[in-house]
Ligand binder design. Sequence first.
Ligand code: PMP
Length: 346
Amino acid sequence: MKPLQELTKQNIWKLTPYSCARDEFKGRAASVFLDANENPYNANFNRYPDPLQEELKARLAEVKGVPAGRIFLGNGSDEAIDLVYRIFCEPRQDNVVAIAPTYGMYGVCADINDIEYRPVELNADFSLDADRLLAAVDAHTKVIWICSPNNPTGNALDRKAIERVLTEFQGIVVVDEAYSDFNDARPFRLDLDRFPNLIVLNTFSKLWASAAIRLGMAFASEEIIALFNKVKYPYNINALTQQQAMKMLADLQQVQYWRATLLREREQLLPAIAELPICKAVYPTDANFFLARMTDADSIYHYLIDRGIVVRNRSRVQLCGNCLRITIGTPQENNALLGALRQYRS
Ligand code: PMP
């Protein structure tokens, strides 16, 4: 890895971050807070929340097996994706390389930040060609985006191929593991010691059933996390979100139950879809969704909409012609989908 200072935008490296009232008094006992211009009358939320979310990170450290100092929390993982650009990429000068197809926000955030985005196609079976990915790198490439299990294809990418990218690329490698809760492979967040250039993304929006609270995680070296903390808005995670996340983290059994149920449903739904005459292929998945290649994705998509069932039409995404991306729902929802598809007539 190149020295972190060389990879970081110079204005960010030199930045004096905003120092918030709660940061300054920290560590001392106090009961009279006249430092933050808040209203002293409490209707539950009169005080600013903890800017570094220490209680929540301490609990996450236990659950995720990553020390609290290596955790950044964002307003969804989307905040962490945007911050990667704002920290490392100089507009109109640097570029990033990403697998394709993949999650759309890597490209949208590149556009917003005026950074060249270099998509590199996966193989036809959606596996990763590390050589092709690395061949797209040049002297101005700061970041490589990898998503595993990948959205929209659903498959986990080969660990050895990802490790090669981490070892051979001298810049930052982001491995988005939003869906890693749904497979049993060793998550990359446990290998931060081996890869100083690694940033791993996780989210509360998928298995943790908390998309509405907007809470995402980035795991990285303490040095990289310090850069995230410098650039983020001072109180980026609101108090309601922190409280609700603590609640979700208190009932791990519930989460395991959801996981087992969804995986069981996935096991039943995939072959049932695959044997429909209107389905040409169902692709292997390691996530809570799967990609199905249909005879006529547009028409089937609209047919389902007319019956109140919404899936994602990915047919205009590269390598995904005529593909629908289908999330695993409750048993009732999956049956409704299957019943509707069985009645489809072209
Ligand atoms: N990464 C991937 C791969 C995703 O599919 C999504 C959401 N669909 C996100 C990140 C964003 O998650 P969040 O809700 O935490 O912003």
